[in-house]
Write a protein that binds this ligand. Structure first.
Ligand SMILES: Cc1cc2nc3c(=O)[nH]c(=O)nc-3n(C[C@H](O)[C@H](O)[C@H](O)COP(=O)(O)OP(=O)(O)OC[C@H]3O[C@@H](n4cnc5c(N)ncnc54)[C@H](O)[C@@H]3O)c2cc1C
Length: 468
């Protein structure tokens, strides 16, 4: 049966309501509108028929079964901090919000594993496992708000992923409500909880980064690490231009140095954070590189010195090794707050390109060149050590010509990254904003295989259709 007309929409809402407690269902237009988009600028959002704030796996099953019966799209949603429109409603859909499924179901200290529901916020999970002397490393700058389910669905990266890996490296297994080869609404267990395991195809890996297009994740089994001992060392280098800071990144990579963090922050970002939060930051350089070394003892000290030397050799104006935690934390706060600080200046279109690390200086030069040619103001933050750059295209509010120029510059930056052998998305996902770019990047054979997988696992095309 396909969704058409208001009577069918009413039937759908009634069918949803029959299997759910009353407080789960959202039909109020204002609340529904707020649930219908993520944090991405100018990603189109359709009109949802209803929202459901599920609190259990069986409620998720009910929603998927009803949507399959009505042929209605299901758009899974975590915290809605996505930057590509992945959680945006499509016309006639049900937005399935799992952000209230926040339980830690198990912390297995003996095996360094935990099992959680998908709605738990990244930092809340970190805090819970820290009480057991354990650590969950992936740390997107949105960690205070974004959910583990969203992190899994986007394969989120973050600051310390340079040394410790991205979300994918920590997902051992999951449970998901799926359709396709099994009846829609079936719960399937994927993966394992052992540290190794090769039984069958890696379907867990397929779900990680699938942006809600293969099913709804209802439980995640995560690998943990022991908490790190000691206090990390911070090294800050200031540069006269963005490409010079990129040269330092290339040199650090070439020398095989492995800081736990290597982030870039330009002057526009520093000034925006300072104007907002008054952290006492001085923006006396075009760009700062923030590095952290968490190796304890003398080896950590020599790693920090080698990093400082590489920055100096690459032409830093000054380099400081901070022993002052307050000062170092202020700089990392500035890094985390850069995006919301810039949003105060006007709509921000966020790039997420990732290039081979030797190409970081050339890509940063392209950012300046493309911005200047289109007359677009671009601020840049980057997980520089991964080659993952976030040029942030800032436009004056309500200026249509500026929006069109920014969108053209956005596409050119994607092409520049592809030209350097890079990718259109390092960690935010494709969503709606990078669909055309992804099609320019991927091999036609890979695209055809991807479509075939989707068709076979979701023949009704109801799981977050039109995304990715
Ligand atoms: C200030 C700021 C900083 C950020 N920094 C980073 C960063 O450093 N690194 C990074 O990777 N990202 C970053 N992001 C982007 C964003 O936080 C991540 O993409 C995050 O993983 C999204 O999580 P969420 O819970 O908000 O998911 P949502 O935005 O709610 O959803 C994201 C995608 O996941 C799908 N989804 C959500 N839950 C489920 C589920 N249970 N089952 C199936 N599909 C699901 C949605 O359909 C959508 O496609 C940042 C965002 C902001 C606003």
């Amino acid at each position: 049966m396909s969704m058409s007309g208001t009577s069918t929409a009413r039937d759908l809402v009634e069918a949803l309501g029959r299997g759910l407690p009353a407080d789960r269902l959202v039909v109020d237009p204002d609340v529904l509108a707020a649930m219908s988009h993520d944090d991405a600028e100018w990603a189109p959002a359709g009109r949802a028929v209803a929202g459901v704030r599920a609190r259990s796996e069986s409620e998720v099953q009910h929603v998927v079964r009803v949507c399959a019966e009505f042929g209605a799209p299901v758009v899974p949603r975590g915290s809605g901090t996505g930057l590509s429109g992945g959680a945006n409603a499509v016309d006639g859909c049900v937005v399935l919000d799992v952000s209230r499924m926040t339980k830690v179901l198990e912390i297995d200290r003996d095996n360094l594993v935990c099992v959680v529901q998908p709605g738990i916020v990244n930092n809340d999970l970190k805090a819970e496992v820290a009480e057991c002397g354990l650590w969950y490393p992936p740390d997107p700058a949105s960690a205070p708000w974004s959910s583990i389910g969203g992190n899994v669905a986007t394969n989120a990266g973050g600051l310390c992923c340079l040394k410790y890996g991205v979300t994918r490296d920590y997902v051992l297994g999951l449970r998901a409500v799926v359709g396709g080869p099994v009846a829609y609404g079936t719960v399937t267990r994927l993966g394992r909880r052992t540290s190794k395991g090769v039984a069958g195809l890696d379907l867990t890996g397929l779900f990680v980064g699938s942006e809600g297009t293969l099913g709804v994740v209802t439980e995640v089994t995560l690998r943990l690490r022991p908490a790190l001992p000691g206090t990390p060392r911070t090294i800050v280098g200031a540069f006269a231009g963005l490409p010079a800071s990129g040269e330092a990144v290339s040199l650090i990579t070439r020398r095989g140095l492995t800081p736990s963090v290597l982030e870039l922050l330009d002057r526009v970002c520093l000034e925006a954070v300072e104007d907002w939060k008054h952290l006492g930051l001085q923006a006396d350089a075009a760009a700062l590189l923030l590095a952290r070394v968490d190796t304890p003892g003398d080896y950590g000290k020599s790693e920090a010195e080698a990093l400082a030397a590489a920055m100096t050799e690459a032409g830093a104006l000054w380099v400081e090794q901070s022993s002052d935690d307050v000062e170092a934390e202020a700089l990392f706060d500035a890094r985390r707050l850069a995006y919301p600080a810039l949003e105060r200046l006007g709509p921000v279109l966020t790039e997420d390109v990732c290039v081979p690390r030797s190409a970081v200086p050339a890509m940063l030069a392209q950012v300046g060149e493309i911005g200047a040619r289109h007359g677009v103001r671009i601020a840049t933050i980057a997980h520089a050590g991964d080659g993952n750059l976030h040029p942030l295209l800032i436009t004056p509010p309500g200026d249509d010509a500026a929006r069109i120029a920014a969108q053209a510059a956005f596409e050119e930056l994607l092409d520049a990254a592809i030209g350097f052998g890079g990718t259109v998305s390092g960690e935010h996902g494709i969503g709606l904003l990078k669909r055309a770019g992804m099609r320019r990047e991927l091999d036609p054979g890979a695209l055809a295989m991807q479509n075939a997988v989707r068709q076979s696992l979701d023949p009704l095309d109801i799981f977050n259709p039109g995304k990715g």
